[in-house]
Design a protein around this ligand. Structure first.
Ligand SMILES: NC(=O)C1=CN([C@@H]2O[C@H](COP(=O)(O)OP(=O)(O)OC[C@H]3O[C@@H](n4cnc5c(N)ncnc54)[C@H](OP(=O)(O)O)[C@@H]3O)[C@@H](O)[C@H]2O)[C@@H](O)CC1
Ligand SMILES: Nc1ncnc2c1ncn2[C@@H]1O[C@H](COP(=O)(O)OP(=O)(O)O)[C@@H](O)[C@H]1O
Length: 292
């Protein structure tokens, strides 16, 4: 569509917050993650792995116990105790959540997780809302700026339309949902489109088709979470992360995700952990190219 614009790698590089000598972990940013479940613990592991490899001061993983054990086995750097958080990822691998008007969240696997989701939604911090958490009632309970990260099926469910309508004009479907729910929308696919209400339609299409593999979206949420937490930490005392900025961060995350997938793939199949392992070199190459 004519109003679409690709986010350039140089623009994506400018959205990577490089630590300075006076930065400690809290100044770099803390990402809270409420992801995974006993049914889908892998989504939690992949999101944490992707966030840590994108670069962030700390990941605080606060999901269910089984997933937390697996996260710690893979990434002992993750902190599983509650505390300071500057941005949240909610929903990957959690099943369908719906926050009713009375604040009840149904189908959350454990009451403690449901309570933490309610707390995160009310916190006022930027929120990346993924997978089963992409629901009108959840969005209505969110106090902070929100970016949702649906695939076409999830956007169709949220919007109450047929998936064929989303596929026929993905940009229009993303723009309509952004306006209706007052959130930034990152619509995943071979081309990923990102838009804030009334803003430009940013696109990323670096990803190889090999990226269409289970868990790739969980990694994208982690990458976006890390970028958002580092920006939220920087702007706490100043301009807060707003919806247009969340959309730019979403597009930068999609660029990074696609480039890391291309690096991991090298023309062949990839696993999501391969993509995650390629993230540090992908960030370095982006920064290096932008420097020249
Ligand atoms: N290792 C782990 O722990 C992993 C955990 N994961 C986590 O598990 C949770 C559930 O995951 P899931 O795959 O069951 O749900 P989901 O993708 O919503 O499919 C449900 C239905 O939606 C449709 N649909 C799907 N994609 C579509 C598209 N692009 N465009 C259009 N439609 C699409 C499709 O319907 P159909 O087209 O078949 O009618 C499909 O049957 C989720 O939270 C996820 O984060 C996964 O990330 C995998 C790795
Ligand atoms: N044909 C494709 N080519 C490139 N990337 C794709 C393609 N299909 C899906 N993707 C990417 O793969 C990821 C899939 O995410 P998602 O649908 O949430 O799956 P999951 O829930 O299994 O992680 C998204 O980042 C999407 O942009």
């Amino acid at each position: 569509m004519s109003d679409e614009r690709e986010l350039t790698p140089a623009e994506a590089a400018a959205l990577v917050r490089v630590p300075t000598p006076d930065h400690a972990k809290y100044a770099r940013g803390v990402l809270g993650m409420l992801t995974g479940s006993s049914r889908y613990p892998g989504a939690a592991v992949l999101g944490v792995e992707a966030a840590l490899r994108t670069g962030v001061g700390m990941v605080r993983y606060l999901g269910p116990a089984r997933a937390a054990d697996l996260v710690l086995q893979r990434r002992p750097e993750a902190v599983t105790a509650p505390g300071r958080v500057q941005a949240w990822v909610i929903g990957s691998g959690m099943g369908l959540l719906s926050a009713a008007a009375d604040g009840e969240i149904e189908e959350a696997p454990e009451p403690e997780t449901a309570e933490r989701v309610r707390g995160a939604l009310a916190s006022g911090h930027p929120l990346i809302i993924d997978a089963g958490a992409i629901a009108p009632t959840v969005l209505a309970a969110a106090r902070g700026p929100v970016i949702i990260t649906p695939h076409a099926g999830e956007l169709a469910r949220l919007s109450g339309v047929d998936v064929a309508a989303v596929r026929a004009d993905p940009g229009a479907a993303a723009r309509a949902a952004a306006a209706r729910f007052g959130v930034a929308v990152l619509l995943k696919g071979h081309t990923t489109r990102v838009v804030a209400p009334g803003g430009p339609m940013l696109v990323a299409r670096q990803a190889p088709t090999w990226l269409a593999t289970a868990g790739a979206g969980d990694a994208l949420a982690g990458i976006l979470g890390a970028l958002t937490a580092t920006h939220a930490a920087a702007t706490l005392a100043g301009q807060p992360v707003d919806l247009p900025q969340l959309a730019r961060l979403g597009a930068a995350a999609a660029v990074l995700h696609g480039l890391a997938a291309a690096r991991a793939s090298a023309g062949g199949p990839l696993t999501v952990l391969d993509l995650c392992a390629a993230l540090p070199a992908t960030v370095a190459a982006l920064l290096d190219a932008a420097d020249r």
